[in-house]
Every structure is written in C-alpha cells, then in structure tokens.
Write a protein that binds this ligand. Structure first.
Ligand code: NAD
Length: 247
C-alpha cells in the first residue's frame, strides 16, 4: 500500500552521492523526496528514472542553509507523503584554501551549508519523526572531519561539527526510536572531486590501501543499510567508506 511506503528525504539529491542514494533507496521501495538548488524542471530525466522503479518522486527546490526555506521544504514533503522516515543530510560544498588565504566568506559559506544546513533540516524533520516514534537520520560527514586536511579548515570544521551533532542527537533521540548516524566518505568520484587534478588524484590513491577512489554507490549502499531494519541497533556512529584511507 502506498501509505505504508517509507519516505526518504535527501538533500543535495541531484549531486554525485545524493543522486545515487536516491536511486538506491527507490530500488528499495522508498518514496523519494529530493532537495535541489535549481529549478526541478531541470531534473525530469532523474524523476522519470526514479518513478520507473514504481515509487513516487518529489523534487523540492531550496537552500538548506536558510532556516525558513528548510521548514518550507519539509512541509512540502509532509503535504505530499504525510511523513518522513529517513532524512539524508547530504548537501555539501567546499571552498578550499590555506588559512592564510581563506576568506571569512568562504569559511562562513561552508559552515552555513554543511553544518547549519544539517541543523536546519534536522530541526524541522525531527518533530514529525518524534510523533511517529520512528526515524533514521544519516548525516554526510567526511574522513576530513575526523583526520583534518591542510587547505580544508572550513570543510573539516563543518564535518567535525556534523559528527558532534550526530552523536548528541543520537543520545537525545534514541528513546524515541530515532537513530542518528554519520557516514565519513573518503575520496569518492563525484563532481566535488572531479575538480582535483590527475596528479593530486594519484597522490591521494597512494594513501588509500584499496588503491582507488570510491564510487557513489559505495556510499549509497551504506545509506541503504542505515535506512533498513538491519541497522536497528546502530546509532551515534561514524562509519567510514574510504578504502581504508583513515584508520
Ligand atoms: N565526493 C567526495 O569525495 C566526498 C567525500 C566526503 C564527503 N562528501 C560529502 O558528500 C556529500 C555529497 O557530495 P558529492 O561528492 O556528491 O558532491 P556534489 O557536489 O556532487 O553534490 C553536492 C550536492 O549538494 C547540493 N548543495 C550545495 N549547496 C546546497 C544548498 N545550499 N542547499 C541545498 N543543496 C545544496 C548541490 O546542489 C549538490 O547536489 C557532501 O556533503 C560532501 O561534503 C563527499
């Protein structure tokens, strides 16, 4: 029955990891809500691809770093589907530079989208999850949020913040059957890492025991697991998908 279908809301759902996550959860029978920053009409092909799997798909345009827009997006999903079972806080940006050259605006922009965006969406979704006494929140962190990275002080601070946020919420919401986990991807082949030169990619590969960059599906498969009944005793964790890069 349509009303029994689980509903997943994925922010940044048109990017590399987000799109793969949407397709993977659609395969599992989830109704899919995708947050995007451009006009939804740009994504008719993705919508069709998801709906061909026999599930509904809603695109909602909005900026996660804007508190009011986040609220409107969540309300639209509730109007359409009546609930949100899984929230994947995946929207993220980089503005890399060494501290000496990093502009205040670049530090703030990354914190606003990655960390405050995660807060904004979670803040508006959690009341609905509490009512249902069920929810899965999956936050996209990064290995850089655990190990740091020269040239990414803003990004690693945002991702380390997401990890603290994840653990605190896991403690706050466990009694309501809302599980909160973070994924820490290493280097995954997406538009975010396409900007790296081949030379830099070769250097990165040398630090990865499995010797290669990851694929979006490597992350999406973990989102699938964390959205499923198979992970029902796992909360407050930061799970690395990084080919062994950071141990
Ligand atoms: N690719 C990697 O190697 C890697 C590694 C670690 C963590 N991550 C994290 O995974 C997540 C997905 O990254 P990706 O590699 O797929 O990158 P991507 O650039 O392909 O996707 C990012 C998505 O976020 C969206 N977005 C940006 N600003 C937004 C805003 N203000 N509001 C709503 N959406 C916004 C973009 O439109 C895009 O769809 C990010 O949080 C990123 O930090 C990626």
């Amino acid at each position: 029955m349509e009303s029994e279908r689980q509903v997943a809301l994925i922010t940044g759902g048109t990017g590399g990891i987000g799109k793969e996550t949407a397709l993977t959860l659609a395969n599992e029978g989830f109704s899919i809500a995708i947050n995007c920053t451009s006009e939804p009409s740009k994504y008719v092909d993705l919508k069709k691809e998801i709906e061909e799997k026999g599930v509904k798909c809603l695109f909602i345009q909005g900026d996660v770093s804007n508190f009011d827009e986040a609220e409107k997006m969540v309300k639209k999903v509730i109007e359409e589907f009546g609930k949100i079972d899984v929230l994947v806080n995946n929207a993220g940006i980089t503005r890399d530079n060494l501290l000496m050259r990093m502009k205040k605006e670049d530090f703030e922009a990354v914190i606003n989208v990655n960390l405050i965006g995660t807060f904004n969406m979670t803040k508006h979704v959690v009341p609905y999850m509490m009512k249902k006494r069920y929810g899965r929140i999956i936050n996209m962190a990064s290995v850089v949020g655990v190990g740091g990275n020269a040239g990414q002080a803003n990004y690693s601070a945002s991702k380390a913040g997401i990890i603290g946020f994840t653990k605190s919420l896991a403690k706050e919401l466990g009694s309501r059957n809302i599980l909160v986990n973070a994924i820490a991807p290493g280097y995954i082949k997406t538009p975010m890492t396409d900007v790296l030169s081949d030379k830099v990619k070769e250097e990165i590969k040398k630090q990865i025991p499995l010797g290669t960059l990851g694929e979006p599906k490597d992350v999406a498969k973990l989102v699938k697991f964390l959205s499923s009944e198979d992970s029902s005793y796992i909360t407050g964790q930061v799970i690395h998908v990084d080919g062994g890069m950071l141990m």
